[in-house]
Unconditional design. Structure first.
Length: 244
């Protein structure tokens, strides 16, 4: 028997329903890395036989994990662990760096790389002069080939004169160019995806997304980057450490 099963067995003497105990133990195992992203979860039958529980109990536990977004069901293939990203709000790291540290393979699918006219809000936030142009970068952010977020960045031309040259991590490209972002302010809010955004993110129309607006600054406190990222809530969460 898979040794991981031993820690999943529900306790019938507890008041908590067996399926909920199993779902909680499976969630702990997934979040601790005992089952990794993309790995197949044991079938209802395997869980029932290994843990001496009914298939209905196993099915209800798996249903609870599916509702929470931890797993996905592929018809005819099985049940698999979804990739999940937990981002700290106290440290500035690039999306690519964050995913690599967590063992994922990051990839960008570019939707737009070019020069553009900024909106009024972009000009205000970046302190741009009248008639200024900006570099605009829009892409899908993927982890292990799963779309995690839709991201659009706007930067002064002085930061990215030739946007098409940015191929992977924007922050790494800026560092290599001698123009690193050293700090940033982020604002997180919830929105409902419109039809076009939902299609890009691979979610249902009007599904809730996290909208993260970030302004990045150079060492001299010049605002140099405005990035808006729409994060899928079934894959993405944020952690803030508080002290007193």
């Amino acid at each position: 028997m898979d040794p991981r099963f031993e820690r999943l067995k529900p306790n019938a003497s507890l008041a908590t329903p067996l399926y909920r105990q199993l779902a909680n133990q499976l969630e702990l195992a997934i979040r601790s890395g005992e089952w990794s992203a993309g790995e197949a979860l044991p079938s209802e039958r395997s869980l029932a036989e290994a843990l001496s529980i009914s298939r209905i109990t196993a099915r209800n536990a798996i249903d609870q994990l599916a509702e929470s977004g931890l797993i996905r069901r592929d018809r005819g293939s099985g049940t698999f662990i979804r990739p999940s990203v937990n981002q700290s709000l106290t440290r500035l790291v690039s999306f690519s760096e964050m995913l690599t540290r967590r063992g994922f393979t990051p990839r960008s699918e570019w939707l737009l790389r070019g020069l553009d006219t900024p909106t009024g809000e972009e000009s205000l936030r970046l302190g741009l002069s009248a008639n200024a142009q900006v570099a605009r970068l829009k892409r899908l952010r993927l982890a292990d080939e799963v779309v995690m977020a839709v991201e659009e960045s706007c930067l002064p031309i002085s930061m990215v004169p030739e946007p098409q040259n940015v191929e992977t991590s924007l922050y790494q490209w800026l560092e290599a160019a001698g123009r690193p972002i050293v700090r940033a302010l982020q604002h997180v809010t919830a929105i409902n995806a419109d039809q076009s955004l939902a299609q890009l993110a691979g979610v249902a129309d009007r599904q809730a997304l996290l909208k993260v607006t970030r302004i990045g600054y150079l060492a001299d406190d010049t605002p140099a980057e405005l990035t808006v990222t729409y994060c899928r809530t079934d894959y993405y969460d944020f952690t803030v450490e508080l002290a007193r």
